[in-house]
Ligand binder design. Structure first.
Ligand code: GLN
Length: 266
């Protein structure tokens, strides 16, 4: 009987010690960071959208404005970030299923997406523009795209807008890089992409075979997306973003990728 009692007591003590151990760890986690998300944040990004997210030719490291920004935000929040390359049209499903915590991918804040995910404050002002082959003189505006063949990236605002153009044949490609390949191959008359992406392509591919035409069709703002109703994480992202704008870090990252100071720090 004594032996049984002893065994029971030992078991109880072990449970008590384990519980105490867990408690200590939880306390450590809380005190190690001001953020309640002191863990590795899983980031999703479609790394085919230079200069916001891409992999360099000489290194597999994810580079770009969004990549630098989310690393700086992670640092500010006291968390590590793990970047996962996910196709653009798979990012919202990945947030919804909980496979990732955050999507940063040049994603425009739209009413439709706001039904599905939560967004941070806007962090970059963008909009759509057209690019055509350098020797094309027929297409000078969106109105001229009527009845034309247009390449766009699947699941994007560019795809949505192109589908509204009367009689246009819209080819949905996996990436913006693929839209340019279609254009150069002569398979389409024009591409519709985000302005900074079209602009960056012109600078990086200075063979002058492609040109940008017309004004911006839309005014769009990029936001960082999280699972819908995760207002806590949105609050933490916004606080970090605000801090980076105040301490000059946002401007530094902006200048690195766009060569200028942001005129409007959204
Ligand atoms: N800004 C566009 C959108 O949100 C394109 C984004 C992208 O291709 N990465 O739809």
């Amino acid at each position: 009987m004594k032996k049984i009692l002893f065994l029971c007591m030992t078991a109880l003590m072990s449970v008590a010690m384990l519980t105490a151990g867990c408690g200590d760890n939880a306390a450590d986690r809380d005190s190690s960071s001001s953020s309640s998300t002191a863990k590795t944040l899983k980031i999703g990004s479609s790394a085919d959208f230079a200069p916001f997210e891409f992999q360099g030719a000489d290194s597999n490291e994810y580079q770009g404005f969004d990549m630098d920004l989310i690393r700086a935000i992670g640092k500010e929040m006291g968390t590590d970030v793990e970047i996962n390359n996910i196709a653009f049209d798979g990012l919202i499903p990945a947030l919804q299923s909980g496979n990732i915590d955050i999507a940063i991918s040049g994603m425009s804040i739209t009413d439709e997406r706001k039904q599905q995910v939560g967004f941070s404050d806007p962090y970059y002002d963008s909009g759509l523009t057209i690019a055509v082959k350098a020797d094309n003189n027929d297409i000078n505006s969106f109105a001229d795209l009527k009845g034309k063949k247009i390449a766009v990236q699947i699941g994007t605002t560019g795809a949505e807008e192109a589908k509204k153009i009367p009689d246009a044949q819209v080819k949905e490609m996996n990436s913006s890089a693929d839209t340019f390949l279609e254009l150069k191959a002569g398979n389409v008359d024009a591409v519709v992409n985000d302005k900074p992406v079209n602009d960056y392509y012109m600078v990086k591919n200075s063979d002058n075979t492609v040109k940008r035409v017309g004004e911006k069709l839309t005014s769009e703002s990029y936001g960082i997306a999280v699972k819908k109703d995760n207002t806590k994480l949105v609050g933490e992202l916004n606080a970090a973003l605000k801090k980076l704008k105040e301490n000059g870090e946002y401007n530094k990252i902006y200048k690195k990728w766009f060569g200028t100071e942001p005129t409007d720090n959204k």
